[in-house]
Write a protein that binds this ligand. Sequence first.
Ligand code: ZN
Length: 398
Amino acid sequence: MDPYLAWIDSQQAAMETLLVDWASINTGTYHVAGVQHLANEVAGQFEPIAESILRLPLPNHLETDNRGYATPLPLGDSLVITRRSDAPLQAVLAIHLDTVYPVDSPFQKVDCTADQIKGPGVADAKGGLVVLLYSLLAFERYAAETGDRRLGWRVILNSDEEIGSPSSADVFARYADGADFGMLYEPSLPNGNLVGQRGGSGNFSIIARGRSAHAGREFAAGRNAVIAAATAANRLHQLNGRWPGVTVNVARIDGGSPYNVVPDVAIVRFNIRYPRPELETEISAALDEIVAVAEEGISLTLQGKFSAPPKLIDERHAALLQQIRGCGLSQGLDLQWEPSGGVCDGNRLSALGVPNVDTLGVRGGEIHSVNEYMWRASLAERAKLSASFLITKSLAGK
Ligand SMILES: [Zn+2]
């Protein structure tokens, strides 16, 4: 094992250069040209160790506009890269190419200090992308030199994670299916710890449609959609406290009209977080109840779904976390895991029956802000953690 981990240490400078290059490419989710550019660069880096590289165009994301109509938003491609798909033990490694910073964000520049790299997506998740690549490069050096062919892998790099993976969910369903375990490269917690259990999440909207009318001449003929939306928002907010651990966040109300018109459309947008999958049924029933009660002349339509089911730490997840912890200990890392209310594609893998550890990326912090940073030393540190885990799994076989 040691020579392969030593090789990773020798690659620290190359990893840093690659991270700076990749973070300098803007890959805001809707910046399709940027995502395509990064997908090309990344595919080139995987070429020496890949048996196949699939470039998968994603269907447009449909977003409800302020009039309640679906607007198609194009997305960049996702990548699926495989090696030894016939091996008895199959790993799925995944992370996203997109970031939360749009092409016109003021945060574009990448800066290096003695210990850190600061820049858009350096922790979430391009640092993780570099870690993923180098742990596989090291693993393939091991496999080539020892002839060990027990472990095959597929890498899924999606391009819409920062908007909840609406279009790449099908890519996971297809290519993660049947994998024995999953490794996801979201950043670790700032203290270096991993995330264990995660809550579930769903984004929804209620579209209220009424009837417009002149506010002076025919007020009574109008049916006010803004009031209907406000009433629905209030009822949604009252769901807080009904089930332990469930939160309903009314995030935005869009719609309305000029002062002198009774508004005919308004949209309430809200997010639900929940701790256990079986709550989905009860929560859905409560939402249906809210849209079922509308005044004469008003229609309420519910859109959206629970997109990331809760990730619970069952026996298989706990065993995986313990194995990662063991690999960490042998390198002087005392890794613990903590629950999180945030969701990621690890929720999705769990729902597909693939136990996974989802914070194997770099140590960093202030993600989704203009102060995002990562610790340079964590590139080699975390790549060694993953590589040793892959070698250990391969040695153990199925
Ligand atoms: Zn992320």
